[in-house]
Design a protein around this ligand. Sequence first.
Ligand SMILES: Cc1ncc(COP(=O)(O)O)c(C=O)c1O
Length: 447
Amino acid sequence: MAIEQTLYALSADGVYPFHMPGHKRNPAFAFCEHPVSLDTTEVTGADDLHDPHGMLAETMALAARLTGSRQSYLLINGSTAGLLAGITAATHRGDTVLVARNCHRSVAHALALAGVNPIWLTPTWNAALGTYEQLPPETVRQALLAHPEAALTVITSPTYEGVVSEIAAIAETVHAAGGTLLVDEAHGAHFGYSPLFPQSAVTLGADIVVQSLHKTLPSPTQTALLHVCSDRVDSDRVQRQLSIFQTSSPSYLLMAGIDTCLRLLEAHGTELFAAYEQRLTSFRRTAAPWLLPANGDPGKLILPCENGAQLARDLREQFGLETEMHGAHHVLAMTSVADTDEGFERLATTLAALRPTPSVDSIACPPLPTVAVSPATAYNSESERVPLAEAAGRVAAEELYCYPPGIPLTVAGERLTDELVCYIANQQAAGVHIRGAENETVKVLLK
Ligand SMILES: Cc1ncc(COP(=O)(O)O)c(C=O)c1O
């Protein structure tokens, strides 16, 4: 079927979206209802994303006003573009960069493009869920004692599951060492609009913050913001990098979607979040036996269970509820201001018909490889595909990861160990799709 027909079919199938995008396909949050009549280019009066002086500059100023940043930039290639631009703008080739290991794969790509040397920091591990959680400020402090030359520290907060780190304490530590802090807040664009949610890193001392509007706010897929929050960051370099990583023909429909979302937050954010807070709090009360208590962002609903894949399938096929993702022993449902009373009721009624079945198994943290060469060196070296079973001791030519969440098991330039090869093989045997390890082969550098 043609893509458009498939999309119409999907939107009419009655399945309720507990996943991105944050507008939840709710007509009350519609934008650009007649796309073809609005889709344009840099004609007179339409401003220019790469040299904004008119309406786009106004939207950027609105984003800065709402979030409290010094300068905000519109992203139409998601947080991915913001992370590529932010990391390349805040570093110089050869710099040392501290990076939390639960980074998104776009951070790994940025490290290679920037030509920097990562030092990996390991966040705490939740063995019940098999997920990374917060990065303790003490981990950052110790890493900076060992690497006082680190120019940049990159952390993910909140995580996909909504766990936040102590940004203010981490920012203080990084700044005391003379460095800069970039927070990947892709999952936290809705922070700061209501006391039920954590404060945004923008107001907690981070220097650069990247947020995906499309994940948790009523804004179209691909839309995001990059915020420069301090004078430790050279805005000219950020703008230059954005002009490299973003298309020279940005979609006016997407930019209008960002503007509509921000104007809505400015005019009605308080009421929208008050209503959302009420729905969420009442849902969490009703569904408490099936949910983990909120740990950071209460909008992320985590359903612990014996078999995550099975529960996600049952919710979709038997109850018409599509969730965002699942792990071995949990399912993650995403909510936003655009969720309806009916949506929450359907989930509550469905859960009431199921028995809570949390697993008692614990999940081991993926083994960490060691750095052999920098990501940039790996990207620029000759490579070959070899059977996974023969890959131990070889150096990865690219990232291996599951999607979602897109956290790399290896980054290019890391040496694969026996333990990691065994871990990947076991995951594949359990039915997990590991990107980059298709057909039981992986790409490694030539010897
Ligand atoms: C933590 C994190 N950072 C960044 C990204 C990239 O965001 P986007 O899809 O807006 O490019 C994702 C995407 O899932 C993510 O989970």
